[in-house]
Ligand binder design. Structure first.
Ligand code: MTE
Ligand code: LUZ
Ligand code: MOS
Length: 773
């Protein structure tokens, strides 16, 4: 045993801006994604034949003709599925391959398996010629479906107080309607699964780009008619998921597995970008109707609102998405009397699904549009009206009955409005607009309050497995998946901190259903909250065993043993972590452990929509400045100031990346990403980057300032940090409202431009025309 030595000044591993664990591989193009894995000899490739029509009765498919195409080994239809023809996550209403009915243009009808991908795609492209169907009338918009009472789920209502009576009594009243588009996840790595038959066809291993390996395992098992223990799903990393691989990776996993089982050969299904757009759903577009009562200062007295989501052809995750929309309509505001009505309209389009924010953005933006309208009606600065309506002491219970414990909106807003010089710039912009006929500027502030936890209580659990090897190195496996958000880096930091090791001693391995079972999706921003805690639990169990051994050696109490800087010390003595581990092994002490975490204190009544669905809230605020060319409609965000609450950050570099990325993604949704379905055929016409525009580096605000709010989480989360994945997307609201503000500068004092989202050049010109009258 060594004499204690002066420890070098130790840099804590948790809380440091360390680079993403794969950053060097990402930037050098060396990080392997599913398609980069070596293909075993004999691997076959699948492609999907898609419905050419939006709605119809499927009469026949000439699969024989497809079978005769070059390179084709097999063609599978719904009848070839061994067991359940479903890949829906909650309800069993999502066919893997169409049977009986065609529900949207782009729906997979058959799968071609060929010797190479190009040949498979060529054969699948004959879909239009081999599918025989009787067309039926298609419902393509949510409003049409709503008018016909056609829903994928029963309507949801959330009410507090007496909204009707208070509306009638309110001194001011405003009614409105608004329409908001959906958004494509546009993960850079498309949907992909590689299925490898094991044990002569008795088992199946899937490499799948998915946020939810456990659900892929279950759905594949159901499709094959197998018990779950015969299916293993692995995912090392995704090239982005953004919610699009929470449930909708399942169709691809199921098709690959069904084909692999049938042919007893490895089968890879990697869809082309256009097919990915046509097959999978995305963020729900919403239509709103509202009626709001307010006082002369712009304080909201009562509001009644309809939220109509385009769910697409099946339920998918629309129920929890709509529940989250209803639970975010309040955003940061006290709404004393409120009635919300949520409708998930069934249409003949792709089934819409999770996308960063999971309905939260669609709920919260409605109150932001309402408050903007209220401020314009009263001739007040919208930032003042917003601040007057913030949750405050005594006015701090949400419509769904959860108390808002940290009231950060006021302090965060004051700090942001000061650092962004909101008031001064407001007058500078007014002066600019007065002198500029064509170019107009606009300014807007919007706050964020976002509830953290899955709004389905039982999903808030996680497991981890930590191995310490005899050389003192550590391997972590947890139930979360890495999609670029830095989860593995954060979890490794937590484990390194616990064992007093440098980060280089700890690695995370691929997510694997045979290592940690029954995991939840990496979603709802809870990845590091849940898996960080589970991994900490596992590390602490190992540490306790090691501390007991060290205490014996040092002749001190186990509580006095410290793990720091790669050394273990106590009672005035110390030894290296490695030496202690080697000694523990010889003493036959278990050097690995599982760990588990379940978020405490959550309860939720999903019929009454009441309870405590969220462990805590994350807060934020954005101030955006827009420059609009009112002759062409072109617009850009020239400056953005973001102030965002991540609690005590686990990794400020990763968190700032998430905040900037989330803001840009929210800005893209609201200002440029436009989805267009052909009004007659129902075909999605914007199904490639040539027609669907996502923001690029050129669209970043010229001045882009991001700051962390810096208050530790009042709730006992992992190192008092806060989830950061989704909430910053809502910061993008300020981009839309800044453009709207610039449009307002074209009309008379107090005008309210009817700007729809996305605020494309056309939308801006329409809004400008409307206020110019
Ligand atoms: N960041 C990157 N780079 N790529 C992604 O796919 N997904 C977002 C967010 N940030 C995503 C991302 C979404 S939708 C969620 S729910 C969270 O990351 C999931 O990861 P977390 O819970 O570990 O934050
Ligand atoms: N709830 C939620 C969910 O708040 N976020 C999610 O991502 C989710 N996914 C499935 C079910 N409920
Ligand atoms: Mo994120 S939408 O919860 O995957």
């Amino acid at each position: 045993m060594n004499k204690p030595e002066a420890l070098p000044l130790l840099q804590p591993v948790v809380g440091r801006p360390l680079p993403h664990e794969s950053a060097h591989l990402h930037v050098s193009g060396a990080a392997p994604y599913t398609d980069d894995l070596p293909e075993p000899a004999g691997t076959l490739h699948a492609a999907l034949g898609l419905s050419p029509i939006a709605h119809g009765r499927l009469v026949a498919v000439d699969l024989e003709r497809i079978r005769r195409q070059p390179g084709v080994v097999a063609v599978l239809g719904a009848a070839d599925i061994p067991a359940e023809n479903n890949c829906g996550p909650l309800l069993h209403d999502d066919p893997i391959l169409a049977a009986g009915e065609l529900r949207y243009a782009g729906q997979p009808v058959f799968a071609v398996i060929a010797t190479d991908r190009e040949l498979a795609r060529r054969a699948a492209a004959l879909a239009r010629q081999v599918i025989q169907a009787e067309p039926l009338p298609a419902v393509l918009t949510a409003l049409e479906a709503h008018a016909a009472g056609q829903y994928v789920l029963p309507p949801m209502h959330l009410t507090r107080g007496e909204p009707a009576a208070q509306l009638a009594a309110a001194p001011h009243r405003l009614q409105g309607r608004w329409s908001l588009g959906g958004q494509e996840q546009f993960y850079l790595e498309g949907q992909i699964s590689l299925a490898l038959p094991q044990e002569g066809g008795e088992g199946m291993l899937l490499h799948c780009s998915t946020q939810h390996p456990s659900e892929m395992q279950q759905l594949v098992a159901h499709a094959l008619g197998w018990q779950a223990h015969r299916v293993a799903v692995q995912c090392r990393r995704m090239g982005g998921g953004f919610g699009g691989k929470e449930s909708q990776s399942a169709l691809f996993a199921c098709v690959a597995a069904i084909a692999a089982l049938k042919l007893n050969r490895p089968v890879k299904l990697r869809v082309d970008r256009d097919d990915d757009f046509l097959i999978t759903g995305r963020r729900h577009g919403f239509d709103y109707r509202w009626d709001v009562g307010f006082d002369a200062d712009g304080r909201i007295l009562a509001v009644d609102v309809d939220l109509i989501a385009n769910a697409g052809h099946s339920a998918d995750l629309s129920a929890p998405v709509m529940a989250r929309a209803l639970c975010h309509f309040d955003n940061a505001y006290w709404l004393p009397h409120v009635a919300m009505h949520g409708y998930c309209a069934r249409t003949n389009t792709q089934s819409n699904t999770a996308f960063r924010g999971f309905g939260g953005p669609q709920g919260a933006i409605a109150i932001e549009m309402i408050l903007d309208g209220v401020a314009r009606r009263l001739g007040l600065d919208p930032a003042d009206v917003r601040q007057r309506n913030f949750y405050a002491a005594g006015q701090d219970v949400t419509p769904y009955g959860q108390q808002v414990e940290e009231l950060h909106a006021q302090a965060l807003t004051a700090q942001l409005l000061a650092s962004s010089r909101y008031a001064e710039r407001r007058s500078e912009i007014a002066a600019f607009n007065a002198a500029s006929a064509v170019l107009k500027k606009g300014l807007a502030f919007t706050p964020v309050k976002f509830g953290i936890s899955f709004n389905v209580v039982h999903l808030n659990q996680a497991g981890a497995l930590v191995h310490v090897y005899t050389d003192g190195s550590v391997l972590v496996n947890h139930g979360g998946t890495e999609m670029g958000q830095g989860l593995n880096t954060k979890v490794a930091q937590v484990v390194a901190h616990e064992l007093g090791l440098p980060l280089s001693s700890v690695r995370c391995s691929a997510t694997d259903t045979s290592k940690v079972a029954n995991t939840s999706a990496t979603a709802a921003s809870t990845g590091s909250d849940l898996n960080g805690k589970a991994a900490q639990d596992a590390a602490r169990r190992i540490k306790a065993r090691l501390a007991a051994l060290a205490a014996e050696r040092f002749g001190c109490a186990a509580e006095l043993v410290a793990f720091e800087g790669g050394r273990v010390s106590g009672g005035g003595q110390s030894l290296s972590f490695e030496d202690l581990v080697a000694a523990a092994y010889l003493k036959r002490i278990q050097l690995w452990s599982d760990g588990f975490y379940a978020t405490p204190g959550l309860h939720w009544d999903k019929t009454r929509l009441q309870g405590r669905p969220f462990y805590y809230y994350a807060w934020g605020g954005a101030v955006c400045e827009a420059l609009v060319d009112t002759l062409t409609g072109e617009n850009r965000i020239t400056r953005a100031d973001l102030l965002h609450d991540v609690g005590a950050s686990l990794n400020p570099a990763i968190d700032i990346g998430q905040i900037e990325g989330g803001f840009i993604q929210g800005m893209g949704w609201l200002t440029m990403e436009e989805l267009v379905w052909h009004p007659v055929t129902g075909l999605l016409t914007t199904h490639a980057p040539s027609t669907y525009k996502i923001p690029t580096a050129n669209d970043c605000p010229t001045e882009f300032r991001t700051e962390l709010f810096g208050m530790a989480n009042a709730s006992e989360t992992i190192h008092r940090s806060k989830a950061v994945g989704e909430p910053p997307l809502l910061l993008g609201f300020a981009a839309l409202l800044a453009i709207k503000d610039a449009c307002a500068a074209c009309g008379p004092e107090g005008c309210d431009p009817p700007l729809r989202a996305p605020a494309t050049a056309e939308a801006v010109l329409d809004a400008v025309d409307a206020v110019r009258g």
